[in-house]
Every structure is written in structure tokens, then in C-alpha cells.
Ligand binder design. Structure first.
Ligand code: SF4
Ligand code: SF4
Length: 93
């Protein structure tokens, strides 16, 4: 799953499931720090997908507004505990 942001200090990752995105721009509008913008990359739904503005990764606060506002469940944050449980599941398979 493509990582838009990996914050090792605060232990969270912002993921984008590119091909679920419908290109609605809600995440861009809802982000309180304004770090997201639409890219010129099209996905399999022929929708433009969001990206993080260059050099702005560190301003993501992991507030999850983008996640809660996404109608397609395409963008989401995983924190340290969720990431370690995903890794544990992977190790078992
Ligand atoms: S988690 Fe919050 S700050 Fe980070 S990209 Fe999403 S809306 Fe913006
Ligand atoms: S809110 Fe979801 S569907 Fe809309 S542009 Fe952002 S990631 Fe894509």
C-alpha cells in the first residue's frame, strides 16, 4: 500500500489506497494543515488522486480528518499499535 507519509518520530503512517480513490478532493479540503493537493496521476478508476505537497510531510498531525471524510475509505492513518498488529499478522502468514 503506498505510503504518503511515514513519520518515524510520531510513529504513524498515512496510507493511500490509490485505486479506491474517486478523486472527490474531500481530503484536500478537510486537511486543517493544508498539506494535501490533487496530483496529475490517474488511477484505475480514471480519477486524479491526492498527494502531499512537497516538503510538507512533517506538518501532518495524524488528525484523521482526511480519513473520516473520505467516502471511499482510500486514505487512512495507522498508528504504532495498528502497524505492529499488521506486522504480526504478516509474520504469521
Ligand atoms: S491526518 Fe490530518 S493533517 Fe494529516 S493529511 Fe490527514 S487531514 Fe491532513
Ligand atoms: S477523500 Fe478519498 S476519494 Fe476523495 S480524493 Fe481524497 S482519497 Fe480520494
Amino acid at each position: 500500500m503506498p505510503k504518503l507519509i511515514e513519520n518515524k518520530e510520531k510513529h504513524f503512517v498515512l496510507f493511500l489506497n490509490k485505486n479506491r480513490c474517486g478523486g472527490c478532493e474531500s481530503c484536500v479540503t478537510l486537511c486543517p494543515t493544508g498539506i494535501l493537493e490533487m496530483s496529475d496521476e490517474l488511477n484505475m478508476r480514471v480519477s486524479f488522486i491526492p498527494k502531499v505537497k512537497e516538503g510538507k510531510e512533517k506538518y501532518c498531525t495524524a488528525c484523521r480528518r482526511c480519513e473520516f471524510g473520505c467516502p471511499d475509505w482510500a486514505i487512512y492513518i495507522l498508528d504504532e499499535s495498528q502497524l505492529s498488529s499488521v506486522e504480526a499478522k504478516k509474520a504469521k502468514t
